[in-house]
Design a protein around this ligand. Structure first.
Ligand code: SF4
Length: 110
């Protein structure tokens, strides 16, 4: 699996992504059923509220080889401060619309 990771721009101020990278490398939680090797193609943020840049940034990572777009848990679960993104659904729907159903969209990391 070749992963393009999208994270919350606001959370980037405080979180270095340690747990996201750890669960990916150890195939835990969102990645526990992945059989093949996991390669991280890239990490980018949503670009800031309301997250419109997530669509073009996800598309760019697919262009560079990603076959799965992963929305980090800062977006969908509010980790680590318990404040999930209020735009998460529209962001995810826009990514699916842009990339089609052939790209695997995983909506959390841990
Ligand atoms: S749009 Fe959502 S994911 Fe992006 S910075 Fe705002 S709260 Fe974070």
């Amino acid at each position: 699996m070749k992963v393009g990771l999208i994270r919350c721009s606001q959370t980037e101020d405080m979180c270095p992504g340690t747990t996201c990278f750890k669960v990916m490398s150890k195939k835990k939680l969102a990645f526990e059923d992945v059989k093949e090797d996991i390669e991280l193609i890239g990490v980018n943020t949503c670009g800031g509220c309301p997250g419109k840049n997530a669509v073009t940034r996800a598309a760019e990572m697919v262009k560079r080889g990603a076959d799965a777009i992963v929305l980090a848990s800062c977006i969908t679960r509010g980790n680590p401060i318990g404040f999930a993104c209020p735009h998460e659904k529209i962001m995810k729907d826009a990514i699916v619309k842009k990339l089609g159903k052939d790209i695997n969209i995983i909506d959390y990391t841990h």
